[in-house]
Design a protein around this ligand. Structure first.
Ligand code: SF4
Length: 217
């Protein structure tokens, strides 16, 4: 089971397989793989499109418990790493309470590693409550997949089980996060065309959140 992994040049690598003593190692971030659950079924999701060696697979037969995640972290000197990122082949905020427990453990270790969540931004719908305030003092960055410039296109791409209300809920979550999290960013992939990127930029300008255009893998 891959609980902690790192990422280099398009390859996911189980942290257990990384020699972090090597100076040339680029494995600076730790990714936490909490779940395969997601309320979306995005047309472009790597879960559907990327084949990986079984040993590196981010598919989880069973989700790791909080204790198992902490036990993995205990194996490492976190000063050797930069950012810690909750991101796997699923939506980390479907395990909101467990994610918060792991984040609290990390903060208590005084490791000073900034903590980020890569999310689809549907946490409020998933958890049936407003969630942004719970991230206060624990999470440094929330990176939200904007995906599209309007609700219809968003639903076509993400096939969210929450339907057409998903887009506005995602934007509302982003605005709420600004109150409690130091860095909030929205992302789109670079292959959606300049016109759509410009439209997404306009959406982000309206809500006052920066947009990052990232390469499609
Ligand atoms: S939100 Fe992320 S994990 Fe979920 S289906 Fe879309 S790309 Fe995959």
């Amino acid at each position: 089971m891959v609980i902690l992994y790192t990422y280099n040049n398009g390859v996911y690598i189980n942290l257990k397989d990384v020699d972090i003593t090597k100076k040339e190692s680029n494995h600076k971030n730790i990714y936490v793989n909490l779940t395969n659950n997601c309320p979306c079924s995005c047309t472009f999701c790597l879960r559907n499109t990327k084949e990986m060696a079984k040993s590196n697979s981010l598919w989880l037969d069973t989700e790791p418990t909080v204790q198992e995640v902490i036990e993995e972290f205990e194996k490492y000197d976190l000063t050797q790493f930069n950012e810690i990122i909750f991101c796997g082949f699923g939506e980390p905020l479907t395990r909101l309470d467990d994610l918060l427990k792991v984040a609290k453990y990390l903060k208590n270790r005084s490791s000073n590693n900034p903590i980020r969540i890569n999310t689809n931004g549907l946490a409020d719908l998933v958890n049936k409550k407003e969630t942004a305030a719970l991230l206060k003092d624990l999470i440094n960055t929330v990176s939200i997949s904007l995906n599209a410039s309007n609700a219809e296109e968003y639903l076509t791409l993400t096939r969210s089980k929450f339907g057409i209300e998903s887009y506005d809920a995602m934007l509302k979550f982003a605005v709420s996060c600004k109150e409690y999290v130091p860095n909030v960013v929205m992302t789109v992939v670079d292959c959606i065309g300049q016109e759509e990127i410009d439209a997404c930029q306009a959406v982000c300008d309206t809500i006052g959140v920066p947009l990052r255009v990232r390469p499609f893998e």
